[in-house]
Design a protein around this ligand. Structure first.
Ligand SMILES: [Zn+2]
Length: 182
């Protein structure tokens, strides 16, 4: 590896494993004696996403997160929980796919994760994810909302707002449907 300062050759002066499985290497330039550290990690292979129309695209965590955020607009759930849902889906895709994964499967996984956090957001996400003829699936989400212990103030549980109606100008969300739905 070249020295980032002078481009000279470097040697490893120390090497150890970190707690998260990376290899931490301390290097020293043999020309200018600059010392620096590198971390070496096994690259995780994220699968290619196969969409309903057969088109393929790379797995994009940010796109997942956009769909999740839309479902949670004005819901009392911390941002870190939404990121947790997206990251769990990403890991599942890495470990369970064999190079390719369907967008509908990803959508189902996201819905599972959202359901654990908030039934209203789950209904919103399901209403975008599902095709209009999947009335039963939506009725299940509605039943989950009714069975939930309490709803947040100002959000009547019998009439959840749909996420994509363009009425949320104040939230500076650019309305994109979740990746799993297209
Ligand atoms: Zn150097």
């Amino acid at each position: 590896m070249e020295c980032p300062t002078c481009g000279g050759g470097t040697r490893v002066v120390d090497s150890r494993a970190t707690e998260d499985g990376a290899i931490r290497r301390r290097r020293e330039c043999s020309r200018c004696e600059h010392r620096f550290t590198t971390y070496e990690r096994l690259a995780e292979l994220e699968p290619t996403v196969v969409k309903r129309d057969g088109r393929r695209e790379p797995f994009q965590l940010e796109k997942l997160l956009t769909g999740i955020r839309i479902a949670f607009i004005k819901r009392p759930v911390p941002q870190s929980d939404l990121e947790g849902v997206a990251e769990a889906v990403r890991l599942r895709a890495v470990h369970q796919s064999r190079g390719e994964i369907s967008s509908s499967e990803i959508g189902d996984w996201i819905l599972e994760g959202i359901r654990r956090l908030d039934p209203v957001a789950a209904f919103r996400f399901a209403s975008v994810l599902r095709r209009p003829d999947d009335i039963e699936g939506l009725q299940r989400e509605l039943a989950a909302i009714r069975d939930a212990p309490a709803s947040a103030p100002g959000e009547p549980s019998s009439q959840p707002a749909l996420p994509l109606e363009g009425t949320n100008r104040s939230t500076n969300q650019t309305a994109q449907p979740p990746s799993a739905s297209d």
